[in-house]
Design a protein around this ligand. Structure first.
Ligand SMILES: *[C@@H]1O[C@H](CO)[C@@H](O)[C@H](O)[C@H]1NC(C)=O
Ligand SMILES: *[C@@H]1O[C@H](CO)[C@@H](O)[C@H](O)[C@H]1NC(C)=O
Ligand SMILES: *[C@@H]1O[C@H](CO)[C@@H](O)[C@H](O)[C@H]1NC(C)=O
Ligand SMILES: *[C@@H]1O[C@H](CO)[C@@H](O)[C@H](O)[C@H]1NC(C)=O
Ligand SMILES: *[C@@H]1O[C@H](CO)[C@@H](O)[C@H](O)[C@H]1NC(C)=O
Ligand SMILES: *[C@@H]1O[C@H](CO)[C@@H](O)[C@H](O)[C@H]1NC(C)=O
Length: 691
């Protein structure tokens, strides 16, 4: 398996390190150029929220009440999910006292960043209350908050079992049936742990004789209701995603990284775990972890994970964003992988690893495995054998669990390879939603946040990804800290240092023609041939009129359906240009898509190439230099994309010896040409990926 992945990585990094069109080819099939680039100034339909606070990194969406709850530094906000910027928000001020802050500073912490109350945990506790925890100047506190009045209670709860001290630490937490399941590095010493608290059976991971977790940085956790689909009375499970220091053999196949390097992991515990009776008392009896690999493990750091389960737990799958770094640190790249729950389950049902004292290394455990299988949840078959809870498990099993937290086989991505490898991008977070198209098929739509404040919107297609657009959502570059999708509000919420942004999930009206609408491959957008508009499929759900027009969509291939449609609109008008012999003229033509290749035809057949006969083909048009009578004719500017050729502009050019229309307009034209010329770049340089 390493053999299969290694050439991919090497080709990928070779490609970056040694630029050149021919060398890039091997990785190109996994690299996707965002089709559209939408800078901050051109974003439409966005709403903003920004209070007095900063670090808006904790988001909780409550669809039923249409509220977006936000945890920030020193404050909590309750915003309207319909319009976060409507000005009618509620706010809780919750800062650590000046005394707390100076104490924190005395303990050696930074009073500019660390000695505040960063709200890290915010979840629904019960019908009436929310539950929030903050770092509180390195003395974490938690509080049950009345959701209706949105006020802090008079008494707080100790937070050191539930919340990190350090605001920059990885943290993930869930409330399940009233119990808190939190994973982070706790206490002043930053001890990694997965804990259950506020529960009759509080549990944590084992530290002796071996640590189940090593310097873990947690990224994500999710409850998978595996009991629902199970015929055998299986338990619900909580899955954790994190990176940690690898101790096992094989972790570093490159010798220099043997001891220090970190790997991505997935771990799981059973919801019904009550801990052991004598052995593993108040410890998880169901903790298992496995290596998670995406592209090439030596270089990847897990940044974000999301879980999608359109058709119930059996079809649950995860998407994970990794950043890739090399020893040289000069290259930045990200990878996206998909994992099926079934694969994760298979790895947890497979062989274990064991620390072999004699050899002082980790190796695959080859001995006998006690019964019931260590680390499994209590199922019907265990109950029928008298194991009613984890406390009934035999000592032999629990002793085995203590020493074998790690599985031998790593979890590999769906199809054994990443969906996307992206150069020069650092993804910091991702979320996704399944989108069911009117024709039936469902596509996973992902939103990826970058370290410099952009969002990539991408649709997962078979073995790869198509990035529909990249949007600059923050004017000031800043890391995207959190992302939440609301299908009900058709909105994406983005949390970052300076505030929260609400974006529409689709902006179909951006696509003006049937072809443009199809080429976008946005599962939310379809072409309505009767109104000649690209519209959101969600608005089409209105069947009250009974006569529902079929929208044209082709998410799968992105080029079919418009042939018969007269909805493609009239051809662009023929513009005439008259130039003095020997002058230059620019025929403007903007390519709306980054994936399109500009093609210029003269008199309908002759393709013009850059540098030939005085022609310069640029991203914004065709420059004809030193115009001669032979240059006269009809020019068509086409976009070639995904097997389609679309006419964007048409010109009739005449070069003459006579006096031009007027000196004034000539001067204007000339200055326009000179201005444009500065921006005109060679297509080949910018767009080699589409060749
Ligand atoms: C942080 O501590 C320094 C040194 O004690 C002090 O001068 C400064 O005012 C403090 N800043 C804040 C924001 O408390
Ligand atoms: C919800 O939890 C809070 C805090 O523990 C408690 O005061 C309140 O009574 C609970 N509400 C319900 C409906 O159980
Ligand atoms: C909070 O925001 C500031 C910038 O306003 C940033 O420097 C800091 O790293 C952020 N802290 C966390 C914990 O995200
Ligand atoms: C498990 O539960 C059954 C039925 O409730 C009971 O008869 C049995 O003794 C229990 N077993 C243990 C080990 O507690
Ligand atoms: C749906 O149809 C009803 C009745 O014709 C109309 O009032 C409503 O505005 C429509 N909604 C949308 C979203 O088109
Ligand atoms: C294109 O057509 C124009 C007028 O129809 C003609 O004058 C010109 O020579 C043609 N150019 C070429 C290169 O065929």
């Amino acid at each position: 398996m390493w053999g299969r992945l290694l050439p991919l990585l090497l080709s990928f990094f070779t490609a970056i390190a040694v630029p050149g069109p021919s060398l890039r080819r091997p990785s190109r099939e996994l690299d996707a150029t965002p089709r559209m680039t939408i800078p901050y100034e051109e974003l439409s339909g966005t709403r903003h929220f920004r209070g007095q606070a900063q670090n808006y990194s904790t988001l909780l969406l409550e669809e039923a009440s249409a509220r977006l709850l936000v945890g920030a530094r020193g404050a909590l906000f309750s915003l309207s999910a319909r319009d976060i910027g409507d000005g009618a928000h509620k706010e809780i001020h919750w800062e650590a006292s000046p005394e707390m802050q100076s104490k924190c500073h005395q303990k050696g912490k930074n009073n500019q960043t660390e000695c505040f109350n960063h709200v890290r945990f915010l979840q629904r506790l019960n019908a009436t209350h929310l539950y929030a925890c903050g770092t509180h100047a390195f003395q974490p506190l938690c509080a049950a908050i009345d959701a209706e009045t949105f006020t802090l209670p008079t008494s707080f709860e100790e937070g050191k079992e539930k919340c990190p001290y350090d605001p920059a630490r990885g943290f993930t937490g869930l409330i399940i049936d009233g119990g808190l399941y939190t994973a982070t590095r706790y206490e002043f010493r930053s001890i990694p742990d997965i804990r259950r608290s506020r529960h009759p059976h509080s549990l944590r991971t084992e530290e002796a004789p071996m640590h189940w977790l090593n310097d873990a940085e947690f990224v994500f956790s999710v409850l998978v209701r595996e009991s629902k689909a199970s015929a055998g009375g299986d338990d619900d499970k909580v899955y954790y995603f994190f990176t940690e220091r690898a101790a096992e053999e094989g972790a570093g196949s490159f010798p220099q990284s043997r001891n220090s390097h970190r790997v991505a992991r997935v771990a799981r515990v059973c919801k019904g775990d009550l801990g052991g009776k004598k052995i593993l008392q108040k410890k998880w009896t169901s903790f298992l972890k496995a290596r998670l690999i995406c592209h090439i493990p030596q270089y990847e750091t897990l940044r974000g994970v999301c879980s999608l389960d359109a058709d119930g737990p059996a079809r649950t799958h995860f998407y994970a964003a990794f950043t890739l770094t090399t020893q040289w640190k000069t290259l930045e790249a990200s990878a996206i992988c998909r994992y099926d729950l079934a694969e994760v389950q298979a790895v947890f049902a497979g062989p274990y690893m064991e620390y072999q004292d004699g050899a002082r290394r980790w190796g695959r455990y080859e001995g006998g495995v006690p019964e019931p299988r260590p680390g499994s949840c209590i199922t019907d078959s265990l109950r029928s054998r008298g194991y009613n809870s984890s406390q009934d498990l035999p000592s032999l099993v629990l002793d085995f669990v203590k020493l074998h937290p790690l599985m031998a086989r790593p979890v590999v991505p769906t199809r054994g390879r990443p969906l996307l490898l992206k150069r020069n991008v650092r993804y910091t977070h991702l979320t996704g939603t399944p989108v069911t198209t009117p024709a039936g098929p469902t596509y996973d739509l992902l939103f990826l946040g970058t370290a410099d404040g952009w969002i990539h919107k991408a649709v997962v297609l078979g073995s790869g990804m198509h990035i529909i657009e990249e949007m600059q959502v923050f004017r000031e570059p800043q890391s995207v800290e959190n992302l939440v999708v609301s299908p009900m509000q058709h909105s994406l919420y983005v949390g970052a240092t300076s505030g929260v942004i609400q974006l529409p999930l689709s902006s179909c009206s951006r696509y003006r023609s049937c072809y443009d609408c199809i080429l976008a491959r946005d599962p939310y957008c379809g072409w309505n041939p009767s109104t000649h508009a690209c519209i959101a499929t969600t608005t089409q759900a209105n069947r009250s009129q009974g006569r529902r027009t079929t929208l044209i969509q082709d998410v799968e291939r992105g080029n079919r359906g418009c042939e018969s449609s007269r909805g493609t609109g009239p051809p662009p008008p023929l513009k005439t240009r008259s130039v003095l012999r020997g002058d230059d003229v620019l025929l403007p033509c903007d390519q709306p898509s980054n994936l399109a290749r500009a093609l210029w035809l003269l008199n309908g057949s002759m393709g013009l190439s850059d540098g030939q006969d005085g022609y310069r083909v640029g991203v914004d048009g065709l420059l004809v230099t030193d115009t001669q009578p032979e240059h006269s004719g009809n020019y068509g500017c086409y976009a070639e994309e995904n097997g389609l050729r679309i006419l964007l502009a048409a010109y009739s050019l005449t070069s003459n010896n006579g006096v031009p229309a007027g000196p004034c307009s000539f001067a204007e034209e000339l200055s326009r040409i000179l201005e444009k010329r500065k921006h005109t770049q060679l297509v080949e340089q910018l767009d080699e990926s589409s060749v």
